[in-house]
Design a binder for this molecule. Structure first.
Ligand code: ATR
Length: 264
């Protein structure tokens, strides 16, 4: 039986096993998908298991999306551009790193019925996933990307990679059409200590977090008269892109799939 893993640390919260195992059943694929908490020192060994065909594929999550790169033979264009890998596959004995977060985010936004072209986007956070988000936003022709992060240097690092972004000190709020929470604040019901009372309405509040399904950030956006969306579709689409790469089959995404991810 083929074996797949998602590796990261922490990993308990990951819903990838639930989703992939459900799709295995639905598509009659004889395989099993599990999660594995690892440390950086374990990376080389676990990736070598793919080369030896003991493991058929791996999803990579925080904080190893960049750290896996030295152990791979080749990167897809999106992985190369973002220096971030979330899916590993063995292709004719070549270990290839892909990034499906970029297309996951892009498809999620396209599903929103929100015309993002020429819009001003304000991103909170500068962690691993922000590289994929900025790269995707650029391809969708937004007019401006502003990044604010508690540790300013990390936002400056993003600027040195992408050039086109603007960096703002944590605590300030610029004019924007869409705000994205890409910090980890909200995972444990934390509040973001920013004052949104003067931003006006008709903005889009987007949270990368999908569990809990409505963070305090989204609640506040809604209360102020704005639209709010969580990261559930982004998560499902990135998983579906990985599934396609590994199995050559497009898994179904419908209400039942989305319900699978509730109440966890
Ligand atoms: P990593 O940065 O290792 O990739 P991550 O979970 O992807 O980890 O990112 C966590 C993000 O949440 C970071 O932008 C982090 O800000 P710092 O770079 O300053 O650490 C942000 N974050 C976490 N706790 C925060 C807090 N209490 N206030 C503001 N931002 C916070």
């Amino acid at each position: 039986m083929k074996k797949y893993f998602v590796i990261g640390n922490p990993i308990d919260h990951s819903l990838s096993p639930k989703l992939h195992n459900y799709w295995f059943k639905e598509n009659k694929i004889d395989a099993v998908y599990d999660k594995k908490k690892i440390y950086e020192k374990d990376l080389q060994f676990i990736i070598s298991e793919i080369k030896e065909k003991k493991i058929s594929g791996i999803n990579v999550t925080v904080p190893f999306k960049k750290a896996v790169i030295p152990y791979l033979d080749k990167l897809s264009p999106d992985a190369e551009q973002t220096q971030s890998v979330n899916t590993i596959i063995l292709n004719n004995d070549t270990l290839v790193g892909h990034n499906t977060d970029v297309s996951g985010f892009t498809q999620a936004i396209k599903n929103l019925n929100f015309n993002i072209e020429d819009k001003k986007i304000f991103i909170l956070g500068a962690g691993g996933v922000v590289y994929s988000i900025i790269y995707a936003l650029n391809k969708m022709n937004v007019s401006k990307i502003i990044v604010s992060n508690r540790t300013k240097q990390k936002a400056e690092d993003l600027k040195s990679q992408f050039g086109i972004i603007n960096v703002l000190d944590w605590g300030n709020i610029p004019k924007f059409d869409m705000i994205i929470n890409a910090t980890s604040l909200g995972l444990k019901n934390e509040v973001i200590n920013l004052n949104f009372s003067n931003i006006g309405d008709n903005k889009l509040f987007y949270d990368v977090i999908y569990n809990p399904s409505e963070t305090n950030f989204l609640k506040e956006g809604k209360k102020l008269g704005n639209r709010s969306e969580n990261g559930k579709l982004m998560f499902v689409y990135q998983a579906s892109e990985s599934f396609k790469l590994w199995h050559g089959v497009e898994p179904k995404i419908n209400a039942k799939t989305l319900r699978l991810l509730e109440n966890d």
